[in-house]
Design a protein around this ligand. Structure first.
Ligand SMILES: [Ca+2]
Ligand SMILES: [Ca+2]
Length: 508
C-alpha cells in the first residue's frame, strides 16, 4: 500500500495537479513562479519569466545554457522571489556535454536564503552560502578517480567549499554517477519534505520517466524557511556545455491538506495568477506568429533550423552505439530471466527428488529395520528382493543355527557317553580283563574318528550358512539317534562276545 501511495505521489508530482490526499498521499502543487520549461522558455528579449540570470549564462526558447563549453566560463540563474512554502520537490532536466573525455567543472543546484553571485568560486556561485547546494561535479580535483560525482552540502554561511577534496569533507552524502554525454537528458529530482532530503537521479540512458534511482537520502536536514532556487555552472581549462531544459518546482503539503480551508483567499489569488499565466502564454504565442508574418525572411532562418532535425555523423554513430547497447541490455535481461527459470526448475526437481527419498526413508523405518535414509540404488534393490524375502531368509538362518547347535550338543553328549562306556569296559570288576581284538579296536577308532569329524564340522560351520537341503527322512536327530543305538548295540555285542569267550575258556 505504501509503495502504491508513493508511486501515486510521483504521478501526482509529474502531472502537476494539486490533489487531496487519498490513502495518505502527500499533496503537491505546481509552482510556476519557480519553474521554467520549453517551449518559449525565454522571451524575445532573452528574459526568463520569474527568473534572472547572469554571467556567461544564455537563455533560449529551449534551454538555459548556464555555462558554455569555453574555458573559464561562469554563469547562474536564480528565481526572482523567495519561496512561500515549507516543503518542495524540484525536478531538473539537464545535459552536461563536451567533446573531451573529461569535462569541467560541473553544475550546482541551489536553495539558499539569498541569491548567489553570477561569477562566484563555487561552480559559478557564491561561497559561504546559507542553505543547500547539490553539486554535479565533473572534474576530479582530488585525483581519487571518483568523478563525475553527485553530492549535497548544507552550509550555514561559515563553510568555505573544499574544492581540493571535491567537497568530500563537507558533504551530507552522495553517489558516483556519470551524467556527461548521455543519449537522453539526465534528470535529478531533489525532494525536501519534513526535514528529509532525498535526491533521485535519472542516468539519461533511456527516455523512460520511471528510470529514476535514489542517489542519497538524508534526515534531519534544516534549510532556511524560505529561499531562492538557483542553478549555476562553471568551466575551467576543460569545458562542457551545461544546459538546463526543465526546472519544475512543486510545493509539498501533508496528506489531507485542502487549500480552501487552509488559505481561503489564496485560492482566488491562485486562480487569478493561473489565468494570468495562461493569458501571457497565449499572448506570447500570438506575438510570435505576428512577428513571423511581419518578417517573412525570418522564416527562411526558421527553415534553417530544420537542419537541427538532421543529425551529424557523430550523433548518428552515437545513436547507433546506444541502440546496439540497448539491444545487448535487453538480450542480457532475457538471458537472465531464462537463467532464473532454469534455476527455478532445477530447484523444483531437487525438491521432488528429496521428497521421494524422504518417503522411502519413512517407509523403511515403518518396516522396522533400517531407519537410515536410503539411496535410490538401495531403494531399487529393496524393491527387487522384497522385505518378506529378507525376513524369511533371516528366520531360515536362525533355525539353521539352532539345529547346528542341537547337533553339536548331541555329538558332545555321544562322545562323553562313549568315553564313559570305554572306561567302564576297562575297569570291569567282575570279568577278566581281556584285550580287545584288532578288528574291534579299529571299528571303535573309526566310530570315534567319524564322531570327531562331525564335531569339527559342526564347530566350523559358519553362522551364515546357506540352508542345507536334506532329505526329509535323514534329519540330524535321526542320524544321532541311529549312531547312539549303533554304539549301544555294538557295546552290548562286545560285552556279550567277551562273556561268551570267557565261558568257552571255562570249559577248556
Ligand atoms: Ca571537482
Ligand atoms: Ca574527486
Amino acid at each position: 500500500m505504501k509503495s502504491f501511495c508513493s508511486s501515486l505521489f510521483f504521478i501526482v508530482l509529474l502531472s502537476g495537479y494539486a490533489n487531496n490526499g487519498q490513502c495518505n498521499q502527500i499533496v503537491s502543487r505546481f509552482e510556476y513562479k519557480y519553474s521554467f520549461k520549453p517551449p518559449y522558455l525565454a522571451q524575445k528579449d532573452g528574459s526568463v519569466p520569474f527568473w534572472e540570470y547572469g554571467g556567461n549564462a544564455i537563455a533560449s526558447s529551449d534551454n538555459v545554457r548556464i555555462a558554455p563549453s569555453l574555458k573559464s566560463q561562469k554563469g547562474a540563474i536564480w528565481t526572482k522571489s523567495q519561496t512561500k512554502f515549507d516543503w518542495w520537490t524540484v525536478e531538473i532536466n539537464f545535459r552536461v556535454s563536451g567533446r573531451g573525455r573529461i569535462g569541467a567543472d560541473g553544475l550546482a543546484f541551489w536553495y539558499t536564503d539569498s541569491q548567489g553571485h553570477y561569477d562566484g568560486p563555487v561552480f559559478g556561485s557564491s561561497d559561504k552560502w546559507v542553505g543547500l547546494g547539490i553539486f554535479f561535479d565533473s572534474f576530479d580535483n582530488d585525483a581519487k578517480h571518483n568523478n563525475p560525482y553527485i553530492f549535497g552540502i548544507v552550509n550555514d554561511g561559515s563553510k568555505i567549499f573544499d574544492h581540493a577534496n571535491d567537497g568530500s569533507t563537507q558533504q551530507l552524502s552522495g553517489c558516483l554517477r556519470d551524467f556527461r554525454n548521455k543519449p537522453f537528458a539526465t534528470r535529478a529530482k531533489i525532494e525536501y519534505y519534513m526535514n528529509t532530503l532525498t535526491v533521485y537521479f535519472h542516468s539519461g540512458n533511456t527516455n523512460n520517466e520511471k528510470d529514476f534511482e535514489i542517489c542519497f537520502r538524508s534526515e534531519n536536514v534544516f534549510l532556511p524557511k524560505s529561499g531562492y532556487f538557483g542553478v549555476s555552472a562553471a568551466t575551467g581549462g576543460l569545458a562542457d556545455d551545461h544546459d538546463i531544459h526543465h526546472f519544475l518546482t512543486h510545493s509539498l503539503f501533508p496528506p489531507g491538506t485542502t487549500f480552501k480551508s487552509s488559505a481561503g483567499t489564496s485560492v482566488d489569488e491562485e486562480q487569478k495568477l493561473t489565468n494570468e499565466y495562461a493569458n501571457y502564454q497565449r499572448k506570447l504565442k500570438q506575438e510570435t506568429e505576428d512577428y513571423q508574418k511581419q518578417h517573412p525572411e525570418s522564416k527562411t532562418k526558421e527553415d534553417s533550423e530544420f537542419e537541427d532535425w538532421y543529425e551529424t555523423d557523430n550523433q548518428r554513430e552515437l545513436h547507433q552505439i546506444f541502440s546496439g547497447q540497448s539491444q545487448i541490455v535487453e538480450s542480457v535481461k532475457i538471458l537472465n530471466q531464462k537463467l532464473d527459470e532454469i534455476v527455478g526448475r532445477q530447484e523444483r526437481t531437487l525438491g521432488l527428488l528429496s521428497n521421494v527419498q524422504s518417503t522411502m526413508a519413512v517407509l523403511s523405518s515403518v518396516g522396522g529395520h533400517q531407519p537410515n535414509v536410503q539411496t535410490p540404488q538401495m531403494a531399487q534393490l529393496n524393491a527387487g528382493i522384497g522385505r518378506q524375502d529378507i525376513e524369511s531368509l533371516i528366520v531360515a538362518q536362525n533355525s539353521i543355527i539352532s539345529s547346528v547347535r542341537e547337533v553339536k550338543n548331541y555329538v558332545v553328549e555321544v562322545h562323553s557317553k562313549s568315553d564313559t562306556i570305554i572306561k567302564n569296559q576297562v575297569h570291569q570288576p567282575t570279568a577278566q580283563v581281556q584285550p580287545l581284538g584288532y578288528d574291534q579296536i579299529s571299528i571303535m577308532h573309526e566310530i570315534r574318528d567319524s564322531l570327531n569329524a562331525m564335531k569339527r564340522d559342526s564347530a566350523s560351520r559358519p553362522s551364515y550358512a546357506q540352508p542345507i537341503v536334506c532329505p526329509s527322512c535323514a534329519t540330524s536327530t535321526v542320524v544321532i539317534v541311529t549312531a547312539v543305538v549303533q554304539m549301544f548295540l555294538f557295546t552290548i555285542y562286545v560285552i556279550y562276545k567277551n562273556n561268551k569267550e570267557s565261558q568257552a575258556k571255562k570249559f577248556y
